[in-house]
Design a protein around this ligand. Structure first.
Ligand SMILES: [Zn+2]
Length: 297
């Protein structure tokens, strides 16, 4: 930052010789992927001299097996900061830190009560942190606080506007959280089956139980053995509704439904979508409405 400031000053001095309207160098903030980008948009709204850039295309979805592309790296070359979801969502983070040791990383998993899951892979038990933190509106408010605090320290001249934006958005997110809790009160304790392991934070926050996950390992297709295992779990849970996700094929859900009679709906993990500031609130409410419909409410 000191280096950047010194550089900006040097440029200002150089340019001022030619023009009185010389402008300070633009500040750039990169964001790793869609949901964190939507939350960040709200924090930086109306701040003209900070350019916010989404590193991966908005339709990318979760970054579980994502490999960095040359274009992604180029976006980082002149960025002041990179905002990441953290909690393991960005598998390439170590590479980025090595390539750009001076890049400020803002880790949005800070201060979140992370969910640790146990998976059995090839007979051995592995513990893994679940990275889908943003699907609890309280966590989203926490993430907004983390972004705002780090950004205000990085760009003190914009700190006031950043703080004001964050306060306003956090208030909206708190109201959203209360609204979803009220909406979903009638289906508290109900079981759901999700496509990938995106909803544990949502389930914990809004009182649902995830009876099974169809595709835990982000496979392209489920093996017959895995499909059988899911079908058994769904039957044991009394065939609760199955939820597909717009980012993935729904073939597995239809196969499980054919065997169990479980109805099919779609939940959006909000890992991709339209880049509008209210996209998070809209998506969370749509999910809540879908859940009510799935349980005949
Ligand atoms: Zn995911």
């Amino acid at each position: 930052m000191k280096k950047m400031l010194a550089l900006s000053l040097a440029m200002l001095l150089a340019f001022s010789a030619f023009s009185c309207a010389a402008k300070a160098e633009e500040k750039k903030v990169a964001v790793s992927f869609y949901p964190i980008y939507i939350l960040s948009m709200n924090v930086f709204q109306g701040i003209g001299d900070i350019e916010l850039d989404i590193m991966t295309a908005p339709e990318t979805g979760c970054l579980h097996d994502y490999q960095l592309l040359a274009g992604d790296m180029m976006k980082l070359a002149d960025a002041d900061a990179l905002i990441v979801c953290g909690a393991g969502m960005e598998p390439y983070l170590q590479d980025v830190k090595e390539q750009f040791p001076d890049l400020k990383i803002i880790d949005c998993s800070a201060g979140i009560d992370l969910i640790v899951e146990t998976h059995t892979e090839d007979g051995t038990e592995e513990e893994e942190v679940n990275a889908h933190t943003w699907l609890d509106a309280q966590n989203a408010a926490q993430i907004v606080g983390t972004i705002a605090e780090s950004a205000a320290a990085l760009f003190p001249e914009d700190a006031e506007q950043i703080g004001k934006n964050a306060d306003e958005y956090r208030e909206k997110l708190q109201a959203l959280d209360a609204e979803i809790k009220t909406m979903l009160a009638p289906i508290r304790g109900e079981k759901i089956v999700t496509f990938h392991e995106a909803f544990p934070y949502f389930a914990r926050a809004y009182g649902l139980e995830i009876a099974a996950v169809m595709n835990e390992e982000h496979e392209d297709t489920l093996s017959p053995a895995k499909l059988y295992e899911v079908i058994e779990k769904v039957k044991a849970a009394g065939s609760p509704p199955l939820f597909t996700e717009p980012q993935y094929s729904d073939a597995a859900a239809y196969a499980v439904s054919a065997e169990t009679g479980a109805p099919i709906f779609a939940l959006d993990p909000l890992a991709s979508g339209e880049t509008t500031p209210d996209a998070y609130e809209k998506g969370m409410l749509e999910n809540a409405e879908t859940l009510l419909r799935a349980f005949g409410q």
